[in-house]
Design a protein around this ligand. Structure first.
Ligand code: NAG
Ligand code: NAG
Length: 331
């Protein structure tokens, strides 16, 4: 059984001095009004939502100027090419929600969908004292956690997805939102192992302005799968957050692997659909955005239906004992 490893970068875009400038700053523009990074203008983006929430058929596509593009392959990783600490972020799971939504890697233009477990839409269980996702959660476009190589930091192969991200700011966000955030650090989580690591204080300003938050969120990732019968998830390295330099190095590596993927040079693309609309030079993966909907049978416009009901068990709170085992009340 292969162990997956994923880097979770931490972001901040609140009133905290550290990143206050970020919110005011529009994407850098060139003379003709296009964003500096590959002519990408975030104002051109919109969403196409089809189907009922909480069902397997539900999808959200990203559009640019009204035509479908890929959340994963067509949004630039670095909006401002010069500052590698500022990255684009695709919101899959808004704060205070629990539906496990993610980028669909094996469908053309990689829409968002509701992940399933045993063919049922998956929601995250709430482990006391948390409720649902306490942060914005999503992924970083144009990165790939390559499953064909063992990463030198975690010692495990990647999980075959874009690099994940959680944003600790005050924005609640919405499904499919594409925003720019500042990297504060990273967490390397190694799924399906059992180890305990000592905590370590995170970024100094973070601790000053949001005392306890870094540790609480790290613990959220450590224990969130226990209620469904999975093991505690260890944090690779020394169990704490990695610094910005480390996180940026991981992003650069993930971006290089992604570039290999979309060029068609990856050893094994692992059933990823990497059709993209932004690099005509990439033979074999480029499609014209205005031709994508017809070519791939993507619905022409939004058609939202009423959401399906969420199973009652996801409204519960789950409690862990001092050994981090699920507490069951005897009959
Ligand atoms: C991984 O190892 C390579 C060389 O072996 C090094 O250049 C790179 O910085 C390392 N990456 C990380 C994230 O440590
Ligand atoms: C593009 O999409 C088609 C249809 O799903 C698929 O057959 C093909 O493999 C995809 N190409 C790439 C490069 O992902």
């Amino acid at each position: 059984m292969v162990n997956a490893a994923a880097l979770i970068a931490v972001y901040l875009q609140t009133s905290i001095a550290l990143t206050a400038a970020l919110e005011q700053q529009p994407p850098p523009k060139t003379a003709d009004g296009a964003a500096a990074a590959s002519g990408f203008d975030y104002d051109d983006l919109s969403l196409r939502e089809v189907g009922a929430r909480n069902t397997r058929a539900w999808r959200v596509w990203l559009e640019k100027k009204g035509q479908p593009i890929s959340f994963w392959h067509d949004v630039p990783l670095w909006p401002d090419g010069a500052d590698k600490q500022i990255v684009s972020f695709v919101v899959e799971i808004p704060r205070w929600t629990d539906a496990k939504l993610e980028i669909r890697r094996d469908e053309p233009m990689n829409p968002l969908f509701h992940d399933t477990k045993k063919k049922e839409p998956r929601f995250v269980e709430s482990v006391w004292p948390h409720k649902s996702y306490p942060f914005l959660y999503g992924s970083i476009p144009q990165t790939w956690e390559n499953p064909n190589v063992h990463h030198n930091f975690t010692g495990f192969p990647g999980d075959n997805d874009p690099i994940d991200l959680f944003d600790i700011g005050q924005d609640i966000g919405y499904v499919g939102q594409v925003k720019q955030v500042k990297v504060l650090g990273g967490l390397a989580i190694a799924d399906s192992l059992t180890l305990h690591m000592p905590p370590r204080p995170a970024h100094q300003d973070l601790e000053k302005y949001r005392p306890g938050l870094a540790a609480a969120f790290r613990d959220w990732f450590t224990y969130y799968k226990v209620p469904r019968g999975d093991a505690v998830i260890p944090i690779a390295g020394d169990g704490g957050y990695q610094d910005v330099a480390h996180a940026v190095a991981v992003l650069e590596q993930g971006h290089a692997w992604w570039a290999e993927l979309t060029r068609g040079d990856a050893v094994d693309a692992n059933e990823i659909n990497y059709n993209q609309t932004s690099n005509p030079a990439a033979a074999g993966s480029y499609v014209r955005s205005d031709a994508a909907a017809a070519k791939f049978g993507i619905p022409g416009e939004s058609a939202v239906e009423l959401p399906a009901a969420k199973p009652e068990k996801y409204e519960r709170w789950y409690y862990l004992d001092s050994d981090k085992k699920l507490i069951e009340i005897p009959e």
